[in-house]
Design a protein around this ligand. Structure first.
Ligand SMILES: [Zn+2]
Ligand SMILES: [Zn+2]
Length: 354
């Protein structure tokens, strides 16, 4: 996509040099940073004066082109453009077989509500109480206490030192046996490796009462990161009870199991079944420069800024084999539980004084 935009800019520059040139851009818009988006940006900046941009549900056209009815596409909005060659039967088949391809190649409005499969309004809000109880209004009678949940972190550290390139991300979520999922924390930033490690320790410590596993995507030298965190564990900087990636552990998140899009799509079903919950502060932030998880899911698969969405797709891999095994009934308290309880009391005190 980047290359295409670059080539478009070169071509356009050449056109500008020649008097009375016409440069027609035809295509299907399918992303926030594709060639048509760039062309539209140019037009809005006043560099182009005759333009039209089609999409299902609306054909936008510049004032300069309004009188040129002959230039309008002869289509009925919402209907196939060439029904004899590619009608609804074929379109529905493509949609069934490959939703992403259907949206990218045939649907002109990539951000239409639920077009990408995610029904984000099904993600409800929850509140967490200081004792670890979680409350949502959609599952009022479920027993949601973090001690009974599988709590894991999934993480996708950026593997270049080039800060402008990729965002590192860490997400923490709890899953209950009823299927309900709660996003406890999301973090993403352009940081260097050392800062990532610091952040990983900070987040793991914040959730250490319930956190069981810290998953890291295993690409290239990210295994070195896992080893650094193990070292920090020995030094007491990373919580002892939290499993880190090693060979054969589900904390070692394997990118090759599925492609990225398929992995993210694996969360469509739980999202649309109303199983995912976020904190009130985690709603879609409408920030295309620094999109949060909800914004990235909304823009998926059409935006390059998708590191948190990528991590989000790993949750089911990382929950593998875990349940709320932390729970111990009152009369079974052992010394470790007592230490944990003490930790918990201290944390509450910290909070009270904060
Ligand atoms: Zn609920
Ligand atoms: Zn539930």
């Amino acid at each position: 996509m980047e290359k295409a935009v670059e080539l478009f800019q070169y071509l356009e520059d050449i056109g500008k040099e020649i008097e009375k040139t016409g440069f027609f851009v035809l295509g299907t818009p399918w992303g926030v940073d594709d060639v048509l988006a760039e062309a539209k940006k140019q037009a809005q900046a006043g560099n182009r004066w005759m333009w039209g941009l089609g999409s299902l549900g609306g054909f936008q056209i510049s004032d300069a082109l309004k009188d040129h009815v002959d230039k309008y596409p002869r289509i009925v909005e919402g209907q196939p453009i060439l029904p004899h060659a590619c009608g609804w039967t074929k379109l529905n088949k493509i949609k069934q077989e490959n939703r992403v391809r259907f949206i990218r190649q045939y649907l002109c409005d990539p951000f239409a509500e639920e077009a990408n499969g995610f029904s984000l309004k099904k993600i409800r809000e929850y509140n967490e109480y200081s004792d670890g109880t979680i409350k949502c209004s959609c599952h009022e009678h479920h027993d949601h206490h973090l001690s009974k949940a599988a709590v894991v972190a999934v993480s996708d550290p950026a593997y270049t030192e080039d800060r402008a390139n990729c965002e590192s991300s860490i997400l923490v979520a709890a899953k209950f046996s009823c299927g309900c999922r709660f996003l406890l924390e999301e973090w993403g930033d352009h940081v260097h490796t050392l800062d990532y490690e610091e952040k990983a320790c900070e987040i793991a410590n914040r959730h250490k009462l319930w956190l069981q596993r810290f998953g890291i995507e295993s690409v290239n030298f990210q295994l070195a990161l896992a080893n650094n965190l193990k070292y920090r564990k020995e030094k007491g900087e990373f919580p002892l009870n939290v499993e880190l990636p090693e060979k054969g552990s589900p904390a070692l998140l394997m990118p090759k199991r599925r492609d990225k899009d398929a992995r993210i799509a694996s969360q469509i079903s739980p999202v649309n079944s109303g199983l995912w919950h976020v904190r009130p502060t985690m709603g879609q932030n409408h920030n295309t420069e620094k999109p949060n998880l909800m914004e990235q899911l909304y823009r998926w698969p059409f935006s390059r800024k998708r590191d948190r969405a990528d991590a989000f797709g790993y949750f089911d891999d990382c929950w593998e084999g875990l349940s709320g095994s932390n729970y111990v009934a009152e009369d079974e308290v052992n010394i470790n539980e007592e230490v944990q309880r003490q930790d918990f009391e201290n944390m509450r005190l910290d909070e009270a004084y904060a």
